[in-house]
Design a protein around this ligand. Structure first.
Ligand code: NAD
Length: 499
C-alpha cells in the first residue's frame, strides 16, 4: 500500500494533511507525507478555557455513564484496528505486528477503564470519636494535559485518556511533533464514539494541540491544567516536572529507562535468548522498556553471547510492512547518528562491538541499522546512559548481590528482570533488597507491559504510574470527610477546649 492510501484509509483528508508548517516524514523511506498546521501558543489560553468548561459538565456525569463513552471508544478502536495499526507503522516505522499490538493495548485499556468506572472506590475509616463516621472519596480533578513521545504515539495517549475520562476529567493532548498523524486519526475515532454517546459528552472533552516543546510548555505553565502527564526523555522530564510543581500542579512523569536482565546459571537459556532478542531489538530498540543491559553469570557468558551473535545475524531488517521483518527503521537519521556515537564511545571505554552500523540496502531514505551487542569490561559511563537504539551491553557477574548492585547502579529505574530457575534468587530479586525498578519480572523480558499492572519507574524515570492498578488515583482529587451524627462535639486527640 502507498503512504497516501494508508493515510486515506485511516480517514485523514488532503485538506488536513497540507497547508501547514510541520513537516511529517515516514521513517520507512524518509518521504514527507504531510505538512500540518500547528497550534499557535497564543491560542492555548482559549483551548484551556474550553477544557475547563467541558470539566464543569463532565464532572457531573455519573462515572459509570462516563465509562460508556470509553466503552464506545473501545468499540471504535476495534473497528479501526487495522487502519490505525498501519498508520502507526507508517509514522513510527514499527513492524506491522507491533503497530497492531499498540492498538490492541488501546482496546485493552478501554476495557479496563470501563470496569473501573464502576469501581472508583473510596474508604470508610474507623473514627476514634463516638458517633462519627470518616470516609475518603475521590472526585474529578480537572483538565489533564497529555504530552506524549514518538515511540508509543497512541497507546500512551489512551492509557491516560481512558482513565482521565472515567475519572471525570477532559484531556488536552500534545502528541510528539514526530508523530502527529496518528493523533489526528485517534481524535477522529474519539469523535465517532462521542457522537454515538450523545449530548452529555461536552464540546472540548478531548482537544488536540499540534506542535513542539513551545506548545507543550503552554500546557505545563497553566494553572488551568491541574495534571500534566508527560512521557518522553529524562531531559524533557527534568524541565517539565519542576515547572508543573512550581505552579502546584501534579506531574505524572514517564521518562527514560535503562533496563536490565540478570541471567543466572540455572536459567533456561533458550527461553532467555528469545526474551533477550525481542526485548533488545523489538521496535528497533526504541521502547522505554527496551533491554539495554545484560548482566550474565561468568560461567555462562561465553555460551550466551555466542548464541546471541548467531541469532542476531539472522534477524530480518527492512521495510516494517513486509511479512517477516523483525527490525524496522529508527525514527530518523539523528537516532542513527546517536547510535553510532554511542558505539564509538563504548569502544573507547573498552567495549567489543558485535554488529551495529547502518543497513543501507534496506529501504532507501530510511535509517535502518543492525542491532549491536557490546561486551563491556564493566558498567562504564556510556552503559549508564539511555541511547534510544538497539544497543545491548553485556556485563558479567559472579555473585547475585553483585548482579543486583550492577542492575541498580544506573540513574534510571524503569524495568528489570531475572532469568533463573532458583527460587531463592528469584525471590531475592523481587524483595526489598532486590531490583529498585518500577517493573521487576522473573523469566520474562523487561518490555511488553500488560494492561492491569501499574506502569512506570523510579529515580530518573520520573516516579509516575499509569494504566493499571490504582494509577487512576493520579487523575482525581482525594477528599477525607468526617460526619458527626452524635449530639456531642468531641475533639480528636482527646483535646479539651471548653467554651
Ligand atoms: P522527547 O523528550 O524528545 O519528547 C517527548 C514529548 O515531550 C514530545 O511531545 C515533545 O514535544 C515534548 N517536549 C519536549 N520538551 C518539552 C518541554 N520543554 N515542555 C513541554 N513538552 C516538551 O522524547 P521522544 O524522543 O519523543 O521519546 C523517547 C523518550 O521517551 C525515551 O527516553 C523513552 O525512554 C521515553 N519514553 C518513556 C516512556 C515511559 O513510559 N517511561 C514511554 C515512552 C517513551
Amino acid at each position: 500500500m502507498t503512504h497516501s492510501e494508508t493515510l486515506a484509509k485511516a480517514g485523514l483528508t488532503e485538506a488536513e494533511l497540507s497547508g501547514g508548517t510541520l513537516a511529517v516524514h515516514s521513517p520507512i523511506d524518509g518521504a514527507e507525507v504531510a505538512r500540518l498546521k500547528q497550534t499557535d501558543p497564543f491560542d492555548m489560553p482559549a483551548i484551556i478555557a474550553t477544557s475547563q468548561e467541558a470539566f464543569q459538565i463532565w464532572r457531573r456525569v455519573p462515572a459509570p455513564r462516563r465509562g460508556e463513552l470509553v466503552r464506545l471508544l473501545g468499540e471504535e478502536l476495534r473497528a479501526a484496528k487495522d487502519e490505525l495499526g498501519a498508520l502507526v507503522t507508517l509514522e513510527t516505522g514499527k513492524i506491522t505486528a507491533e503497530g497492531l499490538g499498540e492498538v490492541q493495548e488501546m482496546i485493552d485499556i478501554c476495557d479496563f477503564a470501563v470496569g473501573l468506572s464502576r469501581q472508583l472506590y473510596g474508604l470508610t475509616i474507623a473514627s476514634e470519636r463516638p458517633g462519627h463516621r470518616m470516609t475518603e472519596t475521590w472526585h474529578p480533578i480537572g483538565p489533564v494535559g497529555v504530552i506524549s513521545a514518538f515511540n508509543f504515539p497512541v497507546a500512551v495517549w489512551s492509557w491516560n485518556t481512558a482513565l482521565a475520562l472515567v475519572c471525570g476529567d477532559p484531556v488536552i493532548w500534545k502528541p510528539s511533533e514526530k508523530t502527529p498523524l496518528t493523533a489526528l486519526a485517534c481524535k477522529k475515532i474519539f469523535e465517532k464514539a462521542a457522537a454515538r454517546f450523545g449530548d452529555d459528552a461536552p464540546e472540548g472533552l478531548l482537544q488536540l494541540v499540534i506542535g513542539g516543546a513551545e506548545v507543550g510548555e503552554a500546557l505545563v505553565a497553566s494553572k488551568g491544567v491541574p495534571v500534566i502527564s508527560a512521557t518522553g526523555s529524562t531531559r524533557m522530564g527534568g524541565v517539565v516536572g519542576p515547572k508543573v510543581a512550581a505552579r502546584w500542579g501534579r506531574p505524572i512523569l514517564e521518562l527514560g529507562g535503562n533496563n536490565a536482565m540478570i541471567v543466572a546459571p540455572s536459567a533456561d537459556l533458550d527461553m532467555a535468548v528469545r526474551a533477550i532478542v525481542f526485548s533488545a531489538v523489538g521496535t528497533a530498540g526504541q521502547r522505554c522498556t527496551t533491554l539495554r543491559r545484560l548482566i550474565v553469570h561468568k560461567s555462562i557468558k561465553a555460551e550466551l553471547v555466542e548464541k546471541l551473535i548467531k541469532t542476531y545475524a539472522t534477524l530480518p531488517i527492512g521495510d516494517p510492512r513486509s511479512k517477516g521483518t523483525l527490525i524496522g527503521p529508527l525514527i530518523d537519521q539523528g537516532a542513527l547518528d546517536a547510535m553510532q556515537t554511542s558505539l564509538e564511545v563504548a569502544k573507547a571505554e573498552g567495549g567489543t562491538v558485535h554488529g551495529g552500523g547502518p543497513v543501507t540496502e534496506a529501504v532507501p531514505g530510511g535509517a535502518y541499522v543492525a542491532p549491536a551487542l557490546v561486551e563491556m569490561p564493566g558498567q562504564t559511563d556510556i552503559v549508564k546512559k539511555e541511547t534510544f537504539a538497539p544497543i545491548l551491553y553485556v556485563l558479567e557477574y559472579v555473585g547475585l548481590d553483585d548482579a543486583i548492585e550492577i542492575q541498580n547502579e544506573v540513574p534510571q529505574g524503569l524495568a528489570s528482570c531475572i532469568f533463573t530457575l532458583n527460587v531463592r534468587e528469584a525471590e531475592t530479586f523481587l524483595s526489598s533488597v532486590g531490583s529498585d525498578c518500577g517493573i521487576a519480572n522473573v523469566n520474562i523480558g523487561p518490555s511488553g507491559a500488560e494492561i492491569g499492572g501499574a506502569f512506570g519507574g523510579e529515580k530518573e524515570t520520573g516516579g509516575g504510574r499509569e494504566s493499571g492498578s490504582d494509577a487512576w488515583k493520579g487523575y482525581m482529587r482525594r477528599q477525607t470527610s468526617t460526619v458527626n451524627y452524635s449530639a456531642e462535639l468531641p475533639l480528636a486527640q482527646g483535646i479539651k477546649f471548653d467554651v
